[in-house]
Design a protein around this ligand. Structure first.
Ligand SMILES: NC(=O)c1ccc[n+]([C@@H]2O[C@H](COP(=O)([O-])OP(=O)(O)OC[C@H]3O[C@@H](n4cnc5c(N)ncnc54)[C@H](O)[C@@H]3O)[C@@H](O)[C@H]2O)c1
Length: 315
C-alpha cells in the first residue's frame, strides 16, 4: 500500500518507515522537521498540508506525529489541541474523503494514568488494559490523545473507516524526564517487565495494525512487552516485586548485580497487552527474558538507550 506516515522524522518514524518498506509498502513521510523519510514538510494541524500529502497518492494513513510528554514543558495547551486533536481530525477527514478503508493511530498508555495511579498509593499494583476506566488522564498529552482516540472511534462508527489506535507504552531512548535515582539502563530493563517495549516492536505493531485494520473495524490495543506476571500477582508486585522476579527468573538478581543493577523493590502498575495478542495477532518479540539472555551472553542489550536523544519538533 502507499502509506502516509506522519511523524516520519521522529524516533518511531525512523524505525517504522523501513519496517513498512520491508513489508512491501511505499512510504510518504510528513513531519514538521526534515528527515530521511520525510517528503512533506509541514504540520498535520494544517488541512492544506494534509491535502498536499494526500495528493501524492495515498492508500492509508499511519498517524504517529504528536506533541507528547517531553513537549509539555515547551508548548502551550492550545498547541497540543492543534496537533493532537485537530491534526488527527484533519487526517481522518482527508482519509474519509479519499475513500480509505483503514487508519492507524499511535496512542499512549499514558492516557490511562490518573494522578492517583501515578502516585501508586494503593497496596496492589494497578493492572491496566483496554477495559480500565473511567479514564482521567493527568496532563494535556493524555487528554488530547484520548480525544484523538475518540475521533477514531467516531469515524469508524459514523463513516465505516476502520481505525486501530495503539496504546503503546514507553519506547523512548532518552533518560526519564522524572529522575528516579536509578541507573537509566537498569530502569529500562526493569520497565520491560511491566511498562516498556522496544521501538522495533512498536514499529512492528503498526505494520500489523495496518494489515489487520479492515477485519477489526475499530480497535484499541495496549501494546507493551508481555509481563511475566498475572493479575493475581498484583499485591505481591507492590509488596515485594524482587521476590516475585527471583521466583520467575532465578538468576535475574545475580545477572543484575554483575552489572551493578538492582531488581525493583515494588512495581505499581502493569500494562497488559493480551488483547492485542488475541485480536491483532501481535506480541512483542523483546521482553524481560531477552534482557536476561543478553546479560547471560554478555551480548548488547536488546533495547535502545541514548541519553542524548531529544524528542519532539523543537529538539
Ligand atoms: N516515545 C515513547 O515512549 C512513546 C510512548 C507512547 C506513545 N508514543 C507516541 O508515539 C508517537 C511517536 O513518538 P516518538 O517517540 O517517535 O516521538 P518523536 O518526538 O521522536 O516523534 C514525533 C514526531 O512528530 C513530529 N511532529 C510533531 N508535531 C507535528 C506536527 N504538528 N505535524 C507533523 N509532525 C509533527 C515531530 O517533529 C517528530 O518528528 C507519538 O504519537 C507519541 O505520542 C511515544
Amino acid at each position: 500500500m502507499r502509506v502516509l506516515l506522519t511523524g516520519s522524522s521522529g524516533w518511531l518514524g525512523r524505525f517504522l518507515a523501513p519496517a513498512l518498506r520491508a513489508a512491501g509498502h511505499t512510504v510518504t513521510g510528513l513531519d514538521v522537521v526534515p528527515g530521511p523519510d520525510t517528503h512533506v514538510l509541514g504540520s498535520v494541524a494544517s488541512r492544506a498540508v494534509v491535502d498536499r500529502a494526500m495528493g501524492l497518492g495515498i492508500d492509508a494513513v499511519i498517524h504517529s506525529a504528536a506533541l507528547h510528554k517531553p513537549d509539555i514543558a515547551r508548548n502551550p495547551v492550545s498547541a497540543f489541541v492543534d496537533v493532537n486533536v485537530t491534526g488527527t481530525l484533519n487526517l481522518l477527514e482527508a482519509a474519509r474523503e479519499a475513500g480509505h478503508d483503514r487508519f492507524v493511530m499511535t496512542s499512549t498508555t499514558s492516557l490511562m494514568i490518573s494522578q492517583a495511579i501515578r502516585d501508586e498509593a494503593g497496596d496492589a499494583a494497578v493492572w491496566l488494559d483496554e477495559t480500565s476506566g473511567p479514564l482521567a488522564p493527568r496532563n494535556i498529552y493524555g487528554v488530547t490523545k484520548l480525544a484523538a482516540e475518540g475521533l477514531c472511534r467516531l469515524y469508524a462508527a459514523e463513516h465505516g473507516l476502520a481505525c486501530v489506535a495503539l496504546r503503546t507504552s514507553r519506547f523512548f531512548p532518552e533518560d526519564d524526564d522524572t529522575p528516579t535515582g536509578t541507573d537509566e539502563e537498569n530502569l529500562k530493563a526493569i520497565e520491560l517487565l511491566h511498562r516498556r517495549l522496544t521501538v522495533e516492536d512498536a514499529a512492528a505493531a503498526h505494520v500489523m495494525a495496518l494489515e489487520r485494520a479492515p477485519q477489526i473495524g475499530f480497535g484499541l490495543y495496549v501494546i507493551s512487552a508481555p509481563p511475566p506476571f498475572a493479575r493475581s500477582d498484583a499485591e505481591a508486585l507492590k509488596r515485594d516485586a524482587a521476590a516475585l522476579i527471583r521466583d520467575r527468573f532465578p538468576d535475574a538478581e545475580a545477572l543484575f548485580a554483575a552489572r551493578g543493577w538492582q531488581l525493583p523493590t515494588s512495581l505499581g502498575r502493569v500494562y497488559d497487552p493480551a488483547l492485542a495478542e488475541q485480536q491483532l495477532g501481535f506480541r512483542c518479540r523483546t521482553d524481560f527474558a531477552a534482557v536476561l539472555q543478553a546479560l547471560r551472553e554478555d551480548a548488547p542489550l536488546p533495547f535502545a538507550h541514548d541519553p542524548a536523544y531529544r524528542a519532539g519538533p523543537s529538539r
